[in-house]
Ligand binder design. Structure first.
Ligand SMILES: *[C@@H]1O[C@H](CO)[C@@H](O)[C@H](O)[C@H]1NC(C)=O
Ligand SMILES: *[C@@H]1O[C@H](CO)[C@@H](O)[C@H](O)[C@H]1NC(C)=O
Length: 382
């Protein structure tokens, strides 16, 4: 007999040896599979992958691969009647390995006049939008979350979102813009630090403080959109902060938030949620929620950072479906291009486009390629 390995004579040692060899093969196979596949494709828990192959400098940043992207929770705001968008968000988030908690949007007409912040003279739709965000801040406070990511329901993100957030976490763990060194708790348990109130990642524009253009942290990110996929407003801001030429399409920027607009995706700390509720409810409301956020940042009453280009962007489908807070233009059709023709910008690889591809199948083509049962039998014989 031709044996490569000669087992020891004793039966027991032989089985022990076999068991050890089998263990080694199993561990090696699983480990190499985990290495070759992102964890969410394999369904492995993250600590497993980080145990074998920590890609990061410290363990805390690898929690970006968890279901809440290393935040306490991921919340998203959606009007109760927009079940179409909720379907989309469930699909998108499940395909990306993210767990979402719904915060129901509010119609401005349902807000009692006494509940409107002092001196807020705003249209009901604008008030409704503010109310939904204020409810999200309250959720953070009531659930004692250290941080939360707050999203709107009409967005898209990159299919490598976990990697992007791990890269961001590395930067925030080594944040040169912060005023005080991180505490031990921040180093071990707060992937993005806790020195901020608000972290803007889904703005439709921001403007850096013209007096402090020195405050910027530039970093390599292989998942940054190319120049042609980046909107002019972000190219402009990058240029103001010293990123131009060949660096566009390679670098992302972290800078103090100063003049952001839109609230498609941002994170708050618990302290941030309290400060927002103080300044944008208790003290009054000076304008639409995003404008007042920007003014409060400019007043220096809250501290924030902005990520440019942003990580969350609008998924646009055309027609009345694109907005819930401006009165629908009756001349527009309800359905425009639809989700099939929808588009987003500022992303290298749209997760919405990727998810459609990933779920696509051609069942009958696959059956036909395999041939008839008869043909199968013939193959089996030969
Ligand atoms: C993800 O990690 C963060 C930070 O370490 C943690 O607060 C959060 O609870 C984790 N989320 C899940 C779903 O495990
Ligand atoms: C925001 O809150 C601070 C208190 O922290 C207060 O001094 C400031 O006047 C408030 N701003 C507005 C516009 O209400």
């Amino acid at each position: 007999m031709n044996r490569a390995i000669v087992f020891p004579k004793s039966g027991r040692i032989k089985y022990l040896f076999l068991a050890l060899a089998a263990c080694f093969v199993i561990v090696f196979t699983i480990a190499s599979y985990a290495w070759l596949h992102p964890w969410h494709d394999v369904g492995l828990s993250v600590p497993f992958q980080s145990f074998f192959f920590s890609k990061s400098t410290s363990g805390v940043v690898s929690t970006a691969w968890n279901e809440s992207l290393a935040f306490g929770e991921v919340l998203y705001i959606s009007m109760p009647y927009r079940t179409d968008r909720q379907d989309a968000m469930d699909l998108l988030s499940s395909m990306s390995g993210i767990k979402l908690t719904l915060i129901e949007g509010v119609s401005g007409d349902d807000i009692n006049a006494k509940a409107v912040p002092d001196n807020a003279d705003l249209k009901p739709s604008v008030l409704g939008c503010w109310r939904a965000h204020a409810d999200a801040w309250r959720y953070v406070i009531d659930n004692n979350l250290e941080t939360a990511l707050i999203l709107e329901d009409d967005i898209d993100w990159d299919k490598n979102i976990h990697q992007i957030f791990q890269d961001l976490s590395v930067q925030m763990q080594n944040n040169k813009l912060r005023l005080d060194p991180p505490t031990d708790h921040e180093r071990t348990s707060a992937p993005y630090g806790l020195d901020w109130d608000i972290l803007l990642m889904g703005q439709c524009l921001d403007m850096a403080n013209p007096q402090r253009l020195d405050l910027v942290q530039v970093y390599d990110d292989p998942n940054v959109p190319s120049r042609k996929d980046t909107q002019e407003v972000f190219l402009k801001q990058m240029e103001d902060l010293g990123v131009a030429g060949d660096d566009v399409g390679k670098k992302r920027l972290l800078s103090p938030a100063y003049g952001p607009a839109c609230t498609m995706g941002y994170a708050v700390t618990r302290r941030g949620a309290q400060r927002l509720l103080l300044n944008l409810s208790y003290m009054g409301l000076r304008g639409p929620v995003d404008n007042d956020m920007a003014w409060t940042l400019q007043d220096g009453k809250i501290r924030g950072y902005t990520v440019t280009p942003p990580l969350f962007t609008a998924w646009r489908v055309g027609g009345q479906k694109d907005s819930d807070n401006v009165t629908p233009d009756q001349n527009q059709p309800i359905v425009g291009k639809g989700n099939k023709g929808g588009t987003s910008r500022n992303l290298k690889s749209s997760a919405r486009i990727a998810m459609v591809k990933e779920l696509e199948m051609h069942n009958w083509v696959d059956y036909n390629n395999r041939g008839t049962v008869e043909e199968q039998k013939e193959k089996g014989k030969s």
